[in-house]
Design a protein around this ligand. Structure first.
Ligand code: ATP
Length: 518
């Protein structure tokens, strides 16, 4: 029989003593001590490469610590004895930053993989029904079906499935949920649904460790906050006893952080200050019955694409990229299956948000990943230029790595994202298409990137920027809001507000979109 929440709330559930872990020359964790009680939600923050995901891997048993001890629910375990199977049997589950679903299987089949011990008969129906029940509980109105193929879903929906699968009850208990950036690809509505669910989860006496770079979320749901910096826990504080600025300072990212708005400290410029557009439209999407209102971007403009995730923003960016590539081959206009007649002028680069699928060459070096677009235009690889350019961007974006010749997989998630950003900005492209490019990027680097985007726009580059974060729209000159794969409206100046974006998102969208990004 389950113990009532009030009987076990406050008891110690997890204890980590002196956990350390290195990867070659990199000391990812340098002796971390932490405790987690039953019934509490603890937030873990830190810059890219601070060691958060490594700590998660130790807790979940995916990695063994070099030294230190982990205890769960009073059961002592010397570090070498701690394993993924044991952690799961004791009630620990984990949603990792990089999604782990099999893209060639359906939702139901992915559910079955996570709980193979369930009864063998009619497993597909059972697994599908179980997963749907959790999806309904967390993400009401999700629009997913058990037979959907994971590989055909946009990253936001894949993240919903990943989260719901972890929360689905099974043969093993669930006492602690570790969520590593669970909202990085969710739109604001789905993120709010998940945060509300986390609160109800801990209210039942269960525990949650939440890792995110979105401070707003941490302040909304956590009881306590831990700050990790260069592999060490430098601050533990009750959430109510701190604020954004102090947290950012503890992370070591306080310099030049102007206070403005909910995620204070991440904005590089005051709201709506300096539109940069100049006379000539370099991106054009005409109005149409299927595509909605017309969309255009002038030279030097920063254009935001907003609206609920999966409502056509990524599809448009990809269509623009294809149009640009065909334009480069001598055609001036392109038709996207009759939906859009698109025009893009100039070299175009794309920053993928779904980095594992669309962006990263995992085993290539960091330097080669940064410069691959540039090499593609030359007959021979110029290693000296490659090194020069990569070192420049490493410093500019504060890449945390001992060397740019290491493989891309050695980088933390946020640092991999920085490399993709460097790849686009380091190219000769005059139009940069960005598909939610700040996924997993820490606050300090985001601030630098916002400033960089503005500076590049001033020099004449055009940005078309899909973002799931409202705050980022404040860095755009104009914003187009998408709904049901159509441009539902345009906002500019002080009209760019959360309320206006939501109003346009839901205006023509009663149900989740059928024409999703693929
Ligand atoms: N498999 C690996 N091989 C080599 N180095 C690694 C490996 N995994 C992590 N590291 C290094 O360990 C350090 C900590 O990485 P970790 O992924 O824990 O950071 P993080 O705080 O989760 O960062 P992010 O916010 O970007 O996800 C980084 O310097 C990273 O490059």
């Amino acid at each position: 029989m389950p113990i009532p929440a009030q009987d076990h709330a406050g008891q110690r559930l997890v204890e980590v003593c002196g956990a350390a872990r290195s990867f070659g020359a990199v000391q990812a964790l340098r002796g971390v001590d932490l405790q987690l009680a039953r019934g509490e939600c603890v937030g873990l923050v830190g810059h890219n490469g601070a060691g958060k995901s490594t700590l998660v891997s130790l807790l979940s048993g995916a990695l063994a610590p070099d030294r230190g001890e982990l205890r769960f629910a009073g059961r002592g375990a010397d570090a070498p004895a701690w394993s993924a199977g044991e952690a799961r049997r004791w009630g620990l589950r984990c949603v990792f930053q990089e999604l782990s679903l099999c893209s060639n299987l359906t939702l139901a089949e992915n559910m079955r993989i996570a709980q193979p011990q369930a009864a063998p008969w009619a497993w597909r129906q059972r697994a599908g029904a179980q997963l749907m029940a959790t999806l309904d509980r967390i993400f009401a109105g999700h629009g997913l079906r058990p037979g959907d193929m994971v590989g055909e879903l946009p990253i936001g929906q894949r993240q919903m499935v990943e989260v719901a699968r972890a929360f689905t009850p099974g043969a093993q208990p669930l006492a602690l949920m570790i969520l590593d950036e669970p909202t990085s690809s969710l739109d604001s509505q789905a993120a709010a649904q998940l945060l509300a669910y986390i609160r109800s989860f801990v209210a039942e006496g269960k525990s949650c460790l939440l890792i995110t770079h979105k401070l707003r979320e941490l302040f909304a749901v956590t009881d306590r906050l831990l700050v990790l910096r260069d592999g060490q826990l430098v601050q533990t504080t009750a959430t109510g006893a701190t604020d954004h600025e102090r947290l950012i300072a503890a992370m070591g990212q306080a310099a030049a952080a102007p206070a403005a708005g909910p995620d204070r400290g991440v904005r590089a410029r005051p709201r709506r200050a300096r539109p940069t557009g100049q006379g000539q439209a370099v991106v054009q999407v005409p109005a149409g019955p299927q595509s909605g209102n017309a969309l255009h971007a002038m030279r030097g403009e920063v254009i935001g694409l907003a609206g609920l995730a999966g409502h056509g923003q990524t599809a448009l960016l990809l269509a623009l990229l294809q149009a640009a590539q065909r334009t480069g081959r001598g055609r001036s206009r392109d038709r996207d299956g009759g939906r859009h007649a698109l025009h893009v002028e100039g070299d175009t680069a794309f920053v993928a948000g779904d980095r594992q699928t669309d962006g990263v060459f995992a085993l290539w070096s960091i330097a080669r990943n940064m410069t691959v677009g540039w090499h593609a235009r030359r007959p021979l690889i110029d290693r000296r230029r490659e090194q020069q350019q990569a070192q420049q961007w490493r410093q500019r974006l504060g890449l945390v790595t001992p060397g740019i010749d290491l493989p891309m997989v050695s980088l933390s998630g946020g640092n991999q994202q920085k490399v993709l950003f460097a790849r686009a900005l380091g190219s000769a492209a005059s139009v940069i298409l960005m598909d939610d490019p700040m996924r997993g990027v820490d606050l300090g680097t985001k601030r630098d990137m916002y400033a960089l985007i503005r500076a590049e726009a001033r020099s004449g580059r055009t940005f078309v920027w899909y973002t799931t974060e409202f705050d980022e729209l404040q860095h755009c000159d104009r914003v187009y809001v998408f709904s049901n794969a159509r441009v539902a409206g345009e906002l500019a100046g002080d009209d760019i507000s959360e309320e206006r974006v939501l109003a346009l998102s839901f205006d023509s969208c009663a149900a989740p979109c059928a024409d999703r990004d693929a």
